[in-house]
Write a protein that binds this ligand. Structure first.
Ligand code: SAM
Length: 269
């Protein structure tokens, strides 16, 4: 296992842990078996830890299909991506075609929309269509062919799993390390229709506690990021709580940003 924090994820992702990678890599144990990340999003900790064997899971089928296409044929994805200029008209026309075409086309379109959409968020309307407005180009360059090939090379060791987190960790054993980063809880009336796959309700937190307690009983080492860490800590006595300060955009604050704590809970020394 080596650390390569410099490698840029190919996707922008709401809730990315890129800002606290030094903290997370410092907390990660030596990995004898697999690195398992059931809420992988941009997979930035996977990229930083460079494990020999991994399971990357997410419930978002477009995300996992994009990673699968990149793993299997980054040149095909790049060739399509390079045809599209960075402008609003192209963005809106690609958004209207969301979900159409072969694997390479869909992956290229997902990368393009992710790069230029507002705030890098993933949201669908009630008909399951991606509906995030255009956000402009001040989002850093599109990953180039070398970056896509590097990313593809990293994914060769990974099983890509599309589905609920429980399925991704149910066979984890004592040699495995599991990093979980579920969507945070912000209260209010969130629902899957309005907020896409990023909704995570109280019932999901109960399921999360049951699944990680079972994996912990099997000996897996587990690290969890969550904003309501006290809820997990109450249900998982003896787990160790740590935090790292981060700068976050918060509505209602004068300059729009303030320092907040990112919590981590783990079941190993
Ligand atoms: C906070 S993001 C993960 C961010 C990631 N750690 C990173 O650094 O980019 C949470 C992810 O969980 C996924 N997700 C939401 N509900 C899920 C579920 N029930 N099972 C698996 N993944 C889920 C979302 O699609 C999203 O990609």
């Amino acid at each position: 296992m080596t650390s390569d924090i410099a490698m840029r994820p190919v996707l922008r992702w709401a809730g990315s842990k890129r800002q606290i990678l030094p903290k997370l890599t410092g907390l990660a144990p030596e990995i004898k078996g697999r690195y398992i990340e059931p809420f992988c999003g941009s997979a930035c900790l996977f990229l930083a830890l460079h494990p020999n064997s991994a399971v990357l899971g997410d419930v978002n089928p477009h995300l996992i299909a994009t990673y699968t296409a990149l793993r299997d044929d980054p040149d095909a994805v790049s060739a399509i991506l390079s045809r599209w200029p960075a402008d609003k008209e192209t963005y809106l026309s690609l958004r209207a075609d969301f979900g159409r075409g072969d694997e390479a086309h869909q992956a290229a379109r997902f990368l393009y929309l992710n790069r230029y959409c507002f705030n890098g968020v993933y949201r669908e309307n009630l008909r399951g269509q991606f509906n995030v407005p255009y956000g402009g180009y001040r989002t850093g360059p599109m990953p180039n062919i070398d970056e896509l090939r590097d990313f593809s090379a990293r994914l060769q060791c990974a099983e890509l799993y599309c589905g609920d987190f429980v399925g991704a960790i149910e066979d984890a054993t004592a040699d495995d390390f599991i990093y979980l980063d579920p969507p945070y809880y912000y209260g209010g009336a969130r629902n899957r229709g309005e907020y896409g796959w990023n909704a995570f309700a109280d019932a999901d937190v109960e399921r999360l506690i049951d699944a990680i307690a079972a994996a912990s009983d099997r000996g897996a080492r587990i690290l969890v990021s969550y904003n309501r860490a006290h809820v997990l800590q109450k249900a998982l006595p003896g787990w160790i709580l740590t935090y790292a300060p981060v700068r976050r955009s918060v509505a209602g604050f004068a300059n729009g940003r303030r320092s907040v704590r990112e919590y981590q809970l783990r079941n190993y020394q």
